[in-house]
Design a protein around this ligand. Structure first.
Ligand code: 13P
Ligand code: SF4
Length: 390
């Protein structure tokens, strides 16, 4: 088995260019206390005009979101970027895998920029290509690889998407995981799915939307020999779930739901499918960030909502909807620390660099990876119905 180094780098200080945790920012950043930051960002953006297009993921800070030309989830933003072929610079206020997807879906001459290279994703980091290749070799050895269709969540690095493209698999998002699984199971007789890298989205979709039994889902632990599974377990499984999770959504727990329900009458619990299965089982509604926003937008005045997703988004929804009683589904503050790396000083530095003719922090996927990742992304785009939904 290949040994995979997974150095636990202090955020933003490592030098591993392949890590989703990213590297040091090379910029001479303005001080966060500079009272002119808003004016500077406004002026730089105006000077760049239509040459720049700023994308803001829903989990970004308000100070950044105010400068976004569009907001959305990871897939919507990648498509929004692709729909702006006239923009020379796509400034992606999100995390590394999102900027990679935008690079894959935009024209070669367009530059996709991540304002802080340390804005990675711990979940995407949990599936490295060498580990997935090892797993595939073990599945081949067990005699099941021919039945396996790999499906990766959008929240994965470009080389994992490319692996899925090369092995007749596809990408999915949290809003179309069920359609992608349906597609995958129809690809081969007795098909099995290797679901990367989020075990929770894989399990929640398989069990709650596809009717697959919990004991037909096994977890592949890349740190254990043979993933910690016997050949029989691999042969019997329908879903082989990669042992990865989101460090933000993984925090929500079922006991907080019980506690809140005891205190708040008629509480609606609304969570993201990256949450643990036990949390999703106790929730009233489960869906992607775009789904969560839509539910809140149509909620009747006076209704109560406990929301299990990233705190920047929950706070923004609570501010925008004073007519609702919105609460956060965790006792503690729960931001995505890597999303939060992108702040106003980084955005000002990025925009002012562009005005000065420098193009910082360009995210460029190599041509071979890009080709195969696009194969997997295009398979998702070709899926019926919900695949075009956000
Ligand atoms: P979406 O943006 O697809 O909703 O995923 C949630 C998330 O965790 C983003 O990092
Ligand atoms: Fe990754 Fe979770 Fe942060 Fe999204 S919220 S970027 S999945 S760690």
């Amino acid at each position: 088995m290949t040994t995979v180094d997974l150095p636990l780098l202090p955020l933003g200080r490592g030098k591993d260019l392949d890590a989703e945790r990213g590297v040091e920012c090379p910029g001479d950043l303005p001080a966060a206390s500079d009272p002119d930051l808003v004016a500077r960002a406004t002026a730089a953006k105006a000077a760049l005009g239509s040459r720049v297009f700023v994308l803001g993921h829903h989990y970004q800070r308000d100070e950044v979101i105010q400068f976004a030309d569009v907001t959305g989830d990871s897939f919507k933003l990648a498509r929004d970027a692709a729909a702006r072929p006239d923009a020379e610079f796509i400034v992606f206020c999100g995390v590394h895998f999102m900027a990679e997807s935008a690079d894959i879906l935009t024209a070669p001459e367009q530059k996709v920029i991540l304002p802080d290279l340390a804005a990675g994703c711990s979940m995407a980091d949990m599936a490295r290509l060498a580990q997935v290749e090892d797993a595939w070799a073990a599945l081949t050895e067990a005699g099941v690889a021919d039945q396996v269709v790999p499906v990766t969540y959008m929240n994965s690095s470009a080389d994992i998407k490319a692996f899925c493209g090369k092995h007749d698999g596809a990408v999915c998002t949290s809003s179309n995981a069920d359609v992608a699984l349906e597609w995958a199971f129809a690809q081969k007789p007795d098909a099995k799915v290797l679901f990367l890298p989020d075990q929770h989205l894989g399990r929640n979709t398989a069990v709650l939307q596809m009717g697959i039994a919990l004991d037909e889902c096994v977890v592949w632990d890349p740190r254990q020999p043979n993933g910690g599974l016997t050949v029989e377990q691999l042969r019997d499984a329908k879903m082989i779930l990669w042992k990865g999770h989101c460090s933000v959504h993984g925090r929500f727990s079922p006991d907080v739901i019980d506690e809140l329900r005891a205190k708040v009458p008629d509480l609606n619990v609304l969570v993201h499918p990256e949450c643990q299965h036990e949390v999703v089982l106790k929730a009233d509604l489960v869906g992607s960030t775009e789904f969560i926003i839509k539910q809140i937008e149509k909620a009747p005045a006076g209704s109560s909502w406990a929301i299990g997703t990233e705190l920047n988004l929950v706070k923004r929804l609570a501010d925008a909807h004073p007519e609702l009683n919105i609460m956060f589904l965790d006792r503690n503050v729960c931001y995505c620390s890597t999303m939060n790396r992108i702040d106003l000083p980084h955005l000002v530095w990025t925009l002012e660099s562009l005005v000065n003719g420098e193009v910082p922090n360009v995210i460029e996927v190599d041509p071979d990876t890009e080709h195969w990742a696009k194969v997997a992304l295009d398979r998702m785009l070709a899926l019926p119905g919900k695949s075009h939904k956000d």
